[in-house]
Design a protein around this ligand. Structure first.
Ligand SMILES: [Zn+2]
Length: 267
């Protein structure tokens, strides 16, 4: 991402590290090598945000019964009391436990007393609980994390010729400077109707672009025929659209560092 060149020994010396896209913890595959500096500048924060977002989605699915197995932490609010709990879902059966080591003992006693009281008086009906999964991430970082994954995937697929092109520089800048607002409109929520978890699509309509679907997110990157200032163009022309319907040709997802454009000159 930083455009620096490295010698082969860099891998052994730990200067270059294997990069998964999407991040390994959300099921990504190893696709490229990036340098330690780029990883520590942007990797940790933005990859972690992607992982946290995934955890939140999983927890919501587990609590609402759309997931058979799950383990995670949450807070449980009952009346005015807030305690920490472990949620476990085993083959669809949910158990919520308040572990000692992550709670104030006084609060825990109050919670148990209250539970006993409800039990004795038979007052379970109508009692409401509020369960909130513990996950904290900045939405913006998780989106930049998706942008980074799309960048790595397109590098694996197309190679240097593409990712080092002038059009991609705002993308690189945004990944490396994740606190700045450099580009917008690169992120779309994936269309639920599409079955494929991942895809690469070269769009010809409504604008020349590359769409990279990473499960729940679809990232738009400029392509060779794209208007200059691609993201400003999207902002001006697709201001209010949450979902874009597009048309184009699908390409095979890279399985390794394929770098098609660097090796085959004619595509
Ligand atoms: Zn680098």
């Amino acid at each position: 991402m930083c455009k620096r060149l490295f010698v082969a020994q860099a891998v052994d010396e730990g200067i270059l590290t294997i990069e998964h896209a999407p991040p390994e913890k959300v099921g990504g595959t190893p696709l490229a090598l990036t340098c330690k500096d780029c990883n520590s500048v942007s990797g940790y924060t933005i990859d972690a945000a992607v992982v946290e977002r995934e955890k939140l989605i999983d927890a919501a699915k587990a609590i609402t019964g759309q997931r058979r197995n799950y383990e995670g932490r949450a807070t449980l609010k009952m009346g005015d009391e807030l305690i920490n709990v472990r949620i476990e879902v085993n083959e669809g059966a949910i158990s919520i436990k308040p572990p000692l080591n992550i709670n104030d003992p006084k609060k825990l006693t109050a919670y148990i007393d209250y539970m006993m009281y409800l039990h004795k008086e038979g007052k379970w009906d109508g009692e409401t609980f509020n369960i909130k999964p513990m996950a904290s991430f900045k939405n913006k970082y998780s989106r930049i994390g998706d942008l980074k994954s799309a960048f790595i995937v397109s590098f694996a697929k197309f190679g240097y010729k593409y990712v080092l092109s002038k059009q991609l520089s705002p993308v690189r800048e945004q990944i490396l400077n994740y606190d700045s607002d450099i580009i917008d409109k690169y992120w779309l929520s994936s269309d639920q109707k599409i079955d494929h978890k991942y895809f690469i699509c070269i769009l010809d309509e409504p604008v020349s672009a590359v769409a990279i679907k990473l499960d729940k997110a679809t990232v738009l990157l400029p392509w060779f025929g794209s208007p200059g200032n691609f993201y400003q163009y999207l902002e001006h022309n697709f201001q209010d659209e949450k979902q874009l319907s597009f048309h184009g040709s699908f390409l095979k997802w890279p399985e390794s560092l394929e770098m098609e454009m660097d090796f085959f000159k004619n595509i």
